[in-house]
Design a protein around this ligand. Structure first.
Ligand code: BGC
Length: 349
């Protein structure tokens, strides 16, 4: 009995010790850019939630510049940050700096985007990226009723930065759904642009997507050919498509997909110029990552729910995948406003 009590007391002291120890420690959080709305939200959510738990937060944005991000991480290591949470700009560019982190014994969590080809990454937290792409593909299949209609329907595709590992999952998930209909001849891609590289958009940039799409419209649709659907992997690229169509297209309006439910895109979802977006509640991702951070810092069990999907080239990284949800005009109020994600004013601008 006495011995049991002693063990319990020792365990409690140890836990208290570790908790006290973790509080006040600095967590480095590196986000890719402030240009896109979501990363601002991700950064703010992470900072607020970590601070609530007593951590000091070293939050940095890199303006989508890889070298800036590398320097920021070097500084985090030099400043003695205890753990790094990193949303990479280019998945393959952090190997060298993270080797230093590993040497210094600093754990690394890859945030939203997997960091490739380095064994310094301990955990990965993201949304189910394959499901994001699959949801977009399925939306197009349903909207065009491809099970029952022969078409052929015209489809074009716009995805994101080829250095972002998520693109493989977004585009791969969508193509796993759409390719059979392309093979059957129900879907046709008039531009012929179908490989990952052909449909990529450097830095997920709206203007880049727009100018590629203007070229597609003037080369393949200027004769009155109808465009039926556009697979756009996220909202910043969907916006480029919407802009290009507004100025250069008079045919029947296509079904356009997206992702993130950016404020700029919500009015398009409401007026039908963008059929859907995939909502990824950044509050959920942030709170999961904060749980992971806290578990690592206190020596507790780290929450993961996927240990097979995300191989970064050095092996599978234990991951937590949050669930994405399709948003349309029918449920945007419930998902975005009633949930407190946006206020009505934000959306009405
Ligand atoms: C994220 C998307 C985002 C895109 C552009 C991806 O890695 O998962 O949510 O739209 O980057 O920032």
């Amino acid at each position: 009995m006495y011995k049991k009590l002693l063990v319990a007391a020792a365990a409690a002291t140890m836990m208290m010790g570790l908790t006290v120890c973790a509080e006040g420690e600095t967590i480095g959080v590196a986000m890719p850019t402030q240009d896109l709305q979501r990363w601002n939200q991700d950064g703010e959510n992470m900072k607020a939630q970590l601070e609530e738990k007593g951590y000091v937060v070293d939050l940095q944005y890199a303006g989508n510049d890889v070298q800036t991000q590398v320097s920021q991480i070097e500084n985090m290591i030099a400043n003695g940050d205890q753990l790094l949470v990193l949303a990479s700009i280019e998945g393959d560019s952090l190997g060298t700096v993270l080797a230093t982190a590993k040497e210094a014994g600093i754990p690394v969590i890859a945030y939203d985007r997997l960091i490739m080809n380095t064994d310094a990454v301990s955990y990965y937290a993201t949304f189910d990226n394959y499901l994001v792409g699959k949801t977009q593909g399925e939306y197009i299949v349903d909207a065009l009723d491809l099970e029952n209609q022969d078409g052929p329907f015209n489809l074009e595709m716009v995805t994101g930065d080829p250095g972002d590992n998520n693109v493989n999952f977004f585009f791969g998930g969508a193509m796993d759904v759409l390719q059979p209909y392309i093979d059957e001849g129900k879907l046709v891609v008039p531009s012929g642009q179908m490989t990952k590289d052909e449909v990529a958009t450097a830095a997920w940039d709206t203007a880049t997507a727009q100018s590629r799409f203007e070229n597609i419209l003037s080369s393949y649709y200027a004769d009155g050919t109808n465009l039926d659907a556009v697979l756009a992997s996220n909202d910043s690229t969907a916006l480029g498509v919407v802009n290009a169509l507004a100025a250069n297209y008079t045919g029947e309006y296509p079904v356009i997909t997206g992702q993130d439910c950016d404020i700029a895109n919500v009015p398009h979802i409401v007026d039908g110029t963008q059929a859907m977006s995939v909502f990824k509640d950044t509050r959920t991702l942030a709170s999961k990552v904060v749980e992971m951070v806290d578990a690592i810092m206190t020596g507790a069990e780290v929450p993961v729910n996927d240990e097979e999907t995300y191989d970064n080239g050095t092996g599978v990284i234990p991951s937590f995948l949050c669930e994405p949800v399709a948003v349309t005009v029918d449920n945007y109020k419930e998902m975005l406003i009633d949930s407190g994600y946006y206020t009505e004013d934000q959306i009405e601008g």
